[in-house]
Design a protein around this ligand. Sequence first.
Ligand SMILES: [Zn+2]
Ligand SMILES: [Zn+2]
Length: 488
Amino acid sequence: MKTDNIKSIAVVAAVIVTSEGILATQRGSGDFKDKWEFPGGKIEAGETPEQALMREIREELDLEIRIDSFLDTVDYTYPDFNIKLHVYVCSVISGILNLKEHKSLKWLKSDGLYSVEWLPADKVILPALENYLENVTVDKKDDMPAYTYLQEGHFALLRKPVPHIVNPKDAIVRVTLSSICTSDLHIKHGSVPRAVPGITVGHEMVGVVEQVGREVANVKPGDRVTVNVETYCGECFFCKNGYVNNCEDQDGGWALGCRIDGGQACYVRVPHADMGLNRIPDNVTDEQALFVGDILATGYWAARISEIKEEDTVLIIGAGPTGVCTLLCVKLKNPRKIIVCEKSEERIAFIKRHYPDVMVVKPENCKDFVMQESAHGGADVVLEVAGADDTFRLAWECARPNAVVTVVALYDKPQVLPLPDMYGKNLTFKTGGVDGCDCEEILRLISEGKIDTTPLITHRFALDEIEEAYRVFENRLDGVIKVAVNEN
Ligand SMILES: [Zn+2]
Ligand SMILES: [Zn+2]
């Protein structure tokens, strides 16, 4: 068969799913008379595939549809032409079905998909459709519980409509497990001015992909995924240099659970899904993967930028959840000594119990201890993860000359940089928020047993108990470090 120089046509088709089943239509004329197909037609000049599909369904069936998910593109070569068939799963929003071009129709159940004689290109789509139907639950729901930022000081569990694909790069993820982060508390207390009242909070979550937009290539319905705290386009100057925290896209940076709806809910819409979602390896559980997109990404990034060498003494200030994640990632660099500075007895006990090879010191003894334990008058690398009133000062005071001081902490107040006191110490400061672009590598390390954050999960709740989860986490009750909220 000669395949070059033959005509190529771009076509769209709708898999219309209703409670009756899936709509199949039968051709009444032409080369493929009597064969069955998913309704649709050619994309005309100037139309997006989605616009073409809505027009075709209006023209052929008198129906107004909503496009729920991109399914797949079939590239099929017939004897004298080639088609690129873009297939979407759709729901009916209005209209009375009227067959204007086809001779008959059938509503097929999911186990009867192969019961009609399909056009060859349409038949190719059936395995992807079966996979979709097996995994999707969002299309059976109108609303869901969603933990919502009402106004300063107030969050509440509301019922909200389930999210839909808005942009071709979006995915809808069914959240299976989420967590509460200190940043959620900052929103609650009004210290995140860009947070938008009315949004669903939550930016630490894992789940299952249910629906995707046309331009999503890396994940498909049914994939278990981590969700990155940062959405980023992958194309702007900052993204191309790995500085995804500063992505220039309107949804770039920390948007989920801050400027757009987040994941303390049953479903979440994730923009730029190819960038922000990472498939979880089969041998990694949801609990093992829960912190990959936020606090573990932060610890990994902090360790990566801190230029740690094997002969180094590394000081980590703060053994909260992010401090522990930082510790786990610093350990991967095998420095000669790791010292953790922490004031809470509970957290000191946690470090001693889980990481006996790490030295622990309280803030008041930290400087003397570090001087004793280091060969060159201070730590070679300091990571400041505490963000308390005097921990920035402690960080640079404990550093040896020419050390790297990485500031991971987010402070409530401005900090003083007393340059005259530091003169000649020639320190390198690194600051900022995580560039969360190493999630695939982090998942590989978890899968290989090299990172385990599950000891951080001290408390577990269901989504309808989320008020209680916040109360425990916010007031640091009962030895809590991190909570896991189960959305199922
Ligand atoms: Zn966070
Ligand atoms: Zn970008």
